[in-house]
Design a protein. Sequence first.
Length: 144
Amino acid sequence: MDGMGVRSKQLKVGLDLHGVLDAKPKLFGPLSSALVDAGHEVHIITGPEWSKKLENQLYDLEIYFTHFFSIVEYHKNRGTDMRIDEFGHVHLDPYLWDKTKGEYCARVGIDLHFDDSDTYGYFFKTPYARFFSKDTPRAKKMSL
C-alpha cells in the first residue's frame, strides 16, 4: 500500500546483462536491490545460459534478481537449429535470436525492459528502454 492507502502494482522489470548491468553496476545494483526488497520482480534477460561464471559475475556486480531468462537455453529447449563456434559462442537464426527477448517480455508481462540494442527494441510490444553507456566495451572502443 502506498501512503494514500492504495495498493501499489507489483512491477516486472527486465535487465540485459551485457551492455547494461555490466556497464553500470553502481546504478543497477542498488536499483535491482530496491526493487526486489520492495517485492517487485527483476528479470535478467540475456543471451547466455546460466553458469557458475555468470552467477559469479552477477554476484560481483551486486545485481539482485528474481528470474533469469536465457535466449540460448530457451532455444535449446525448443530444439531450434543452432551451432557452436570454435570459441564456444552459440549461433542461431538472427531473426529468431532478436525477437526472443520481446516475446519473453510480452509472455510474462514485463513492465519495462532495459537493453543496449536497438535491434531488440523492434520486436517489443511491451515498454522498452534503449540504454546507452559510454562504459560498455563497444563504446570504449569507439571513443579511442
